[in-house]
Design a protein around this ligand. Sequence first.
Ligand code: ADP
Length: 621
Amino acid sequence: MSPRPGPGFVGPGMGRGMGWGRMRFEDSKQRPQISKEILIRILKYLVPYWKQQIIILLCLLAISGLDLIPPIITKNIIDVAIKNKDMALLGFLTLASIAATILSGLISVGQNYVTTWMSKHIILDVRNQMYRHLQYMSLKFFSNEKTGEIISRLNNDIHGIEGIISGTLVNIVYNLFSLVLTLTALFSMNWKLAILGTFLVPFFVLPTRQVGKMRWRLASETHQKMAEMNQHIQETLGISGVILTKIFTREEAEIKKFHDINLEVIKLQIRENMVGRWFFMLLRTISVLGPSIIYFVGGYLVIKDELTVGTVVTFVTLLTRLYGPVSHLSNLHVDITRSFALFERIFDYLDREPDIKDLPEAVELPPISGKIEFDHVYFSYDGENPTLEDITFSVEPGQMIAIVGPTGAGKTTIAYLVPRLYEPTSGRILIDGRDIRTVTLKSLRSQIGMVTQDPYLFNATIRENILYGKPDATEEEMIAACKAAQIHDFISSLPEGYDTVVGERGIKLSGGEKQRIAIARVLLSNPRIIILDEATSSLDSHTEALIQKALEALLSGRTSIVIAHRLSTILAAHRILVIDNGRIVESGTHHELLKNNGLYSILYREQFKPQLTGLTDSYLA
Ligand code: ADP
């Protein structure tokens, strides 16, 4: 597993090292190390595209070769055509020079297309791989990770690696080719002048590297701030966030907070842009200095008849072409480190094994009759503090068990363990006598239906939401499910019927409507086991009656575990489990439990009895 980026990627703003105004940068300890393993992993993404890479290489070789032709032609124009007053040769050489430039341009368009195509396809591969991986991560991962961070890695980081492929890699190759070809040309023309011209090269390398490092640091900080900004947008402009902001009239506070983050991002970006401008000024001076020296020394040699004017002019042209690749290549380390940082963040997610997955020997769970057994189940969210302890109970096929208890007792956690959304720390859960860890997740979950307190609906049509559980269901099946869930009449009364878009998280629907749509969705997929977390909010008597009927359709003939908040449900349950502090403290029927005079009777008096409407006390007691 690769190390998590943590502070290594962001790094504190200050440290020892060279000062640069307010900005300091630290030594390479803070930056991700370029390791062989990561390099090999990155290269693996390139392997499928080896054909494109050969084309790109050939193109780059051709471009850097063709780019040398005009300066060399210039030498012949000056030394031969002009000197001999040969008009025909002058015309031919000029045309040849133009042709070489056009050809190089055309090849570079083609090379750009192939590079873009390839890098986009690598992005496609990585992004799909990452999304697939995330889809199979367990709930634990998503409850620990920030959504903004996930989006940032899936979008920005993966987008960032495109730049590496189309920019960095191509630049390395092109600059290497250019450097070697230009140096060969320079030395073959006049080695003494060549040494004179290249002795300035180290002056390019050093400052460029330092500036590059500083840029890297600022870019990382910007990156982190951008992720923060994403998170802020995500939290405050999502529907739940918007409601919260409005209710607490925190709009101005959120605007201010956003403004601050936004400002920090911009400040960092300005600094990133400005950093090293002094160095670049110095570089420009040096790049003028080199040619001046060559003109001076070369001019002297021309005067002494040891060199031609054409050679000096071509030499200077070639020399200026040398400095670009040199500064690019000396900055390479920074570019590569930056790329590695992005890849590390991507690999960090890819390396996290889903903690709940099929065992290699997992088998299909055949169609079940629906017996559920918890056998001394223990569970902890953090591996330290127990959330559930020694939970043992069983539900016969077709029976309903109600779970009641104070908030935070562990009721939801018990419900989540059945479809293996979390895994017990110890103990077993059996369905039809089989340990659920020995069967495939798909075959297990496809036989379990779940309706949560605040059911999640996608921002799509009602039809799409209902068909989510069984995309191939017929119109008749869907309508039958909606009728059973007591929601068909409501949907039909909408102007757009089943094609009504529900808004983000179903905001356009009432709680009761959302619940009945969720019930219809589960009914349509027709599972043998139902996990139901009843809504706590009280509803008007008409809606209550509708929900009641919908639940009857949902629960009848199926095994169910219901986190009960309604009197009618606990009365209908075959058995009630009373949970407190992660343990089963009582269990039995309503009448048995009332007689016990324990926690249940307290809950009953405080929570359930007030719901009493038509039923008499004597019936209940
Ligand atoms: P209930 O449904 O009875 O209200 P829960 O099963 O939701 O209780 O929670 C039981 C305990 O586990 C609570 O103390 C809660 O804070 C804790 N808990 C719930 N979900 C998580 C989670 N994802 N990570 C860590 N602790 C959690």
